[in-house]
Every structure is written in structure tokens, then in C-alpha cells.
Design a protein around this ligand. Structure first.
Ligand code: T3D
Length: 255
């Protein structure tokens, strides 16, 4: 059985981490299959990507039974987690983490690498790392610092305490918490909404926010001007303006 399953519904690609008996903990195989799935997500016909988990887990992070098998932890991180985290950030479309359940360790980092997190009320968030004497890797320190601010991120990561979905929502870590029964339908609906959006504008907004983290105001104003000039050339911009004038909802083609 594949450790990552990929399905497509219209312009939404769903990537399901699929080791439910181990809460979708990462193995070398899972990393490789996730990488392939993210490569396929680059298809321009895909306008939004969902990453979620099978069973009661999103992901419990590194499979601890296979931890350090290669003997070189840094090399393993570079060859696996880094590649996939960077692939998510490089995708020119929104990536939604559908946090269906337990989200821990590098699974939490992966969720935080996504553009939006939607949580089931069955989900909980656990740092994991500090519990076994590790630091938050796979982008954990990078994304959590940006999402939560240093004081809260530091306190949480070092306390190793579990956060409920409701607490994660109150902290702004997830955008929405949905009743577990309604979660799959709401996740599909949210992904379809994003996929129906103005694709270039959404992709450029993603890139610009990433760049803003290290830019000066002058640099960012210039990047915005360049991106806006391109956005103004898209069919989606013309459709948006036409729809506004005709007092109807826009129908964006993604071109
Ligand atoms: O070189 C490197 O690899 C460096 C990279 C590090 C990246 C990391 O992600 S480090 C952090 C690794 N993750 C953890 O430390 C989390 C470990 N898991 C837990 O603390 C708990 O399982 C959870 C809080 C995530 C969930 O607790 P709970 O009570 O809901 O479930 P459970 O009963 O503990 O787990 C269910 C099964 O999944 C169980 O298997 P069993 O006994 O039924 O056969 C458990 O052993 C397995 N499982 C859970 N997490 C992992 C795992 N198996 C392997 N690796 C795991 N990470």
C-alpha cells in the first residue's frame, strides 16, 4: 500500500499521508512519495493542494523506530524534510494543511509550512521534539516564530504541552476548527474556493509574504509593483473588473 495517496477532484489535488497505524509518521518511503506528489502538484491544471492524513493522525513526525537510521541526521534532514518543505513553499498555488488529527514533531512543522491550516476538532498539536531532546526542525523554528511570535513559540516548543484545536485557533495557528464529521466536506469546500480564485494573484501573494520576512520596505514596494503589473495583465484581473461592473461573482479561469 502506498504511504502517500494522491487524488484529484477538479483543480484540487489532495495528498494523503497514509500510514494510519503509525499516525502517518515519516519514513524514507513516505518522504519520497510525498516528494513525487508535490512534483505532480506543479501541474498548472492544479490550482490548490491539500495535504491531510489518513486515520486519526495528520502526522506524528519522524518515525522514531527508524530515527537516525542513516547515521547522519543533518544529511537525512536535508535530503528529506528540507526538500519537501521547500517544495511546498515553491508551489505557485495555495497549499492547505487539512489537520484531521494528531499533529506532532515534524508533522507540525510540515503543517506550518503550508499556507493555511484547517483543523478538525479531533486534532491536537504536540511539539514532540522537546519530549525526546530535539530541537524543532524541518522549518519548525522558522514557521512557528512567524506564526506565533518568539515568546509564545519558545514557551510552547520547550514545554512540549499538547494544544487542542480550539487553543490552536485562539493562537492563530489554524484558521478554522470544524466538527470532525463535517471536516472532510469543509476541507474540500475551502480548497475548491481557493482553486477557484485568481491563481496568479494568489501565487504572487504567497511569494511576496515569504519575501517580506527579510525585505526592506523599499524592496517590498518594488516587488509588489512588479507583481501587480503582471497581475494586471492576467485574464483573471480583467474578469474580476468585468464581474464587478456587471454586479456578478467573478469566474476566474486561472489564466
Ligand atoms: O533524524 C531524524 O529523524 C530527525 C528528525 C526529527 C523530526 C521529528 O519529527 S522528531 C519528533 C518525533 N515525534 C515524536 O516525538 C512524537 C511521538 N509520538 C507521540 O508523542 C504520541 O504518539 C502522540 C502525542 C503523537 C500521539 O499520542 P497518542 O496517545 O494519541 O497515540 P499513541 O498511542 O502514542 O500512538 C499510536 C501509535 O502510533 C503507537 O503505535 P502502537 O503502539 O499502537 O503500535 C505509537 O507507537 C505510534 N507512533 C506515534 N508516534 C510515532 C509512532 N510510531 C513511530 N514514530 C512516531 N513518531
Amino acid at each position: 500500500m502506498a504511504e502517500v495517496e494522491v487524488s484529484r477532484e477538479g483543480t484540487v489535488q489532495t495528498i494523503t499521508l497514509n500510514r494510519p497505524e503509525k499516525l502517518n509518521a515519516f519514513t524514507q518511503t513516505l518522504h519520497a512519495e510525498l516528494h513525487d506528489a508535490l512534483e505532480h502538484s506543479r501541474d498548472p491544471a492544479v490550482r490548490a493542494v491539500v495535504i491531510t492524513g489518513a486515520g486519526r493522525g495528520f502526522s506524528a513526525g519522524q518515525d522514531l523506530t527508524a530515527f537516525g537510521e542513516s547515521g547522519n541526521v543533518a544529511a537525512m534532514l536535508r535530503a528529506t524534510y528540507h526538500v519537501n518543505v521547500l517544495a511546498i513553499r515553491a508551489l505557485e498555488k495555495p497549499v492547505i494543511a487539512g489537520v484531521n488529527g494528531v499533529c506532532a514533531g515534524a508533522g507540525l512543522s510540515l503543517a506550518c509550512a503550508c499556507d493555511i491550516r484547517l483543523a478538525s476538532d479531533a486534532a491536537f498539536f504536540a511539539p514532540g521534539f522537546a519530549g525526546i531532546g530535539l530541537i524543532p526542525d524541518s522549518g519548525g523554528t522558522f514557521f512557528l516564530q512567524r506564526l506565533l511570535g518568539t515568546p509564545r513559540a519558545f514557551e510552547w516548543m520547550t514545554s512540549n504541552r499538547r494544544l487542542t484545536a480550539a487553543e490552536a485557533h485562539a493562537w492563530g495557528l489554524v484558521s478554522e476548527v470544524v466538527d470532525a464529521d463535517a471536516f472532510p466536506a469543509r476541507l474540500a469546500e475551502r480548497a475548491a474556493e481557493l482553486a477557484a480564485g485568481p491563481t496568479y494573484a494568489i501565487a504572487a501573494t504567497k511569494r511576496l509574504f515569504d519575501e517580506a520576512a527579510t525585505a526592506t520596505l523599499e524592496e517590498q514596494l518594488e516587488r509588489e509593483a512588479e507583481a501587480q503589473a503582471k497581475a494586471a495583465e492576467t485574464a483573471d484581473f480583467h474578469e474580476g473588473v468585468a464581474a464587478f461592473g456587471e454586479k456578478r461573482p467573478p469566474s476566474f479561469s486561472g489564466s
